[in-house]
Design a protein around this ligand. Structure first.
Ligand SMILES: Cc1cc2nc3c(=O)[nH]c(=O)nc-3n(C[C@H](O)[C@H](O)[C@H](O)COP(=O)(O)OP(=O)(O)OC[C@H]3O[C@@H](n4cnc5c(N)ncnc54)[C@H](O)[C@@H]3O)c2cc1C
Ligand code: SF4
Length: 431
């Protein structure tokens, strides 16, 4: 073959290679910028289970980057890197996709330990009769949480029944608690399912609006296979609500598990609504914790919430946000972005020193522009029907008010577990 003919054949291949090389370089630059932005924002710690890449094994194939539905991975310096650690929710799709097994999933990091309760293969803890299912046990994901809830109830159903008490108290109506409740109906157990929030769904309820959840088919008791693989938050919540009404699953909303003590044959449990006796307790409470309350007069009013789900619902209203961390600052700023919303941010501390620098700068700008009325060294003393009373350096002030968003931190599930005597292991980057 003469040289010109060879060039004729090779030119398209060379052009194609050049095209892919340029595309890859562009993608790598974008990944490096994303990583730099995460570092600058201090968002370098993944929430729980996450991949660690062995740089000696990684060949930079980018299959994990493509496999990650959360776009948490990128290629930096030719190696797979967690470029958006805060986005990682521990699917494990990256680990499964890696052709050279360079990825391992671990809990926690050297700097930030993750508390994982010890459970046996039946999801029972070291406290006999106390079970844990779902994300609280360390493994996130809708499918895994549902599956664990179902399996824990199967074990409980195989145990002897006790007269006069519930067979199981299920705590939490996220994916794990819903599946557990259905399994309890199927096994004809005497169950009670309580949920501290006024609605079901757990973490899913708090996803951003229209977020698409990726999941694998889930086997639900009574209902059969939930065949979604990609589903919007709203459609998933609607699906669960249909199941609840179709199966008669009883969920006691706005009832919080407080504590329990061992009694003969089970536990006496104290909730926000009273006490009950149960032979078994299944904790399906996730890892988000329980929001800390203010403990002031009027806090029980329906206008007081502990999480911001959608700032648009506060448009045109008088909103008080309480707290000094990132969540409080972000909630205040999100509400202030809505047209006609009058936002006051009250914090008992001297400065927003716990918030990220970028949030502090945005808050300063919003306060200067008169979009957020910032009140430091200020406590809430009462919440009225259409006003709130604040006590600050200038004395008491009564402000018109339609909604209160409390972001005063939370009681972590680990504290609850330790108080129940459940063994908890802190993992610093191990499987
Ligand atoms: C932003 C984000 C995106 C995600 N995307 C996906 C995805 O695409 N696909 C996927 O599979 N997974 C995803 N996940 C993970 C998934 O949502 C969780 O793994 C799953 O919801 C865990 O279910 P759970 O039932 O164990 O806990 P949760 O969903 O956290 O539910 C726990 C429930 O217990 C209640 N509770 C807590 N304490 C108490 C108490 N003391 N008394 C009464 N009730 C209590 C809570 O209010 C809550 O309703 C995502 C998570 C986040 C944060
Ligand atoms: S564990 Fe899941 S979310 Fe995290 S990087 Fe891997 S594929 Fe992405």
């Amino acid at each position: 073959m003469d040289a010109s003919l060879l060039a004729w054949y090779l030119a398209p291949a060379a052009a194609l290679m050049l095209y892919y090389a340029l595309r890859r370089r562009r993608a790598e630059s974008a990944h490096a910028r994303e990583l730099a932005a995460a570092v600058a924002a201090g968002m370098t710690e993944p929430p729980s289970l996450h991949p660690v890449v062995d740089p000696l094994r990684c060949i930079g194939s980018a299959t994990c980057v493509r496999a990650c539905p959360e776009k948490a991975l990128g290629i930096v310096d030719g190696r797979a890197t967690l470029v958006s650690p805060a986005s990682c929710i521990g699917h494990g799709a990256c680990e499964a996709s890696c052709p050279v097994r360079a990825i391992e999933l671990v809990f926690g990091t050297e700097r930030r330990g993750i508390d994982i309760p010890r459970v046996d293969p039946n999801f029972e803890t070291n406290v006999p009769g106390v079970f844990i299912a779902g994300e609280l046990g360390g493994m996130g994901l809708i499918r895994k949480a549902s599956e664990q809830g179902r399996q824990a109830i199967r074990t409980i159903a195989s145990r002897p029944r006790r007269h006069g008490a519930l067979d199981v108290l299920i705590v939490g109506a996220g994916p794990a608690g819903i599946a557990a409740g259905l399994a309890a109906i199927e096994a004809k157990l005497r169950y009670r399912l309580i949920e501290q929030e006024p609605d079901l769904g757990g973490s899913v309820f708090h996803y951003p609006r229209h977020k698409i959840a990726m999941t694998q088919p889930v086997e639900l008791p009574i209902v059969g296979t939930m065949r979604f693989t990609e589903v919007s938050k709203e459609a998933l919540l609607a699906f669960w609500r249909r199941i609840v009404s179709g199966t008669g699953l009883a969920i006691h909303f706005s009832e919080r598990f407080e504590r329990m003590e061992r009694i003969d044959g089970g536990f006496r449990v104290v909730t926000g609504r009273g006490t009950c006796e149960a032979a078994h307790v299944l904790l399906a409470i996730g890892r988000r914790g329980t929001p800390r309350k203010l403990g002031v007069e009027g806090e029980e009013r329906a206008k007081v919430v502990y999480r911001l789900v959608d700032a648009a619902q506060y448009r045109g209203l008088h909103v008080l946000v309480v707290g000094g961390g990132d969540s409080a600052v972000e909630a205040a700023l999100a509400c202030a972005d809505e047209a006609g919303t009058a936002v006051t941010l009250a914090y008992r501390g001297d400065a927003f020193s716990r918030a990220k620098p970028a949030n502090r700068e945005r808050l300063d700008a919003a306060a200067r522009a008169g979009r957020v009325d910032v009140r430091l060294r200020t406590d809430v003393s009462a919440i009225g029907e259409s006003d709130v009373t604040l006590a600050g350096p200038q004395g008491e002030a009564r402000l018109p008010n339609d909604r209160v968003i409390v972001q005063a931190g939370g009681v972590l599930p680990t504290e609850l577990l330790r108080s129940l005597g459940v063994d908890v292991e802190t993992k610093f980057g191990s499987a």
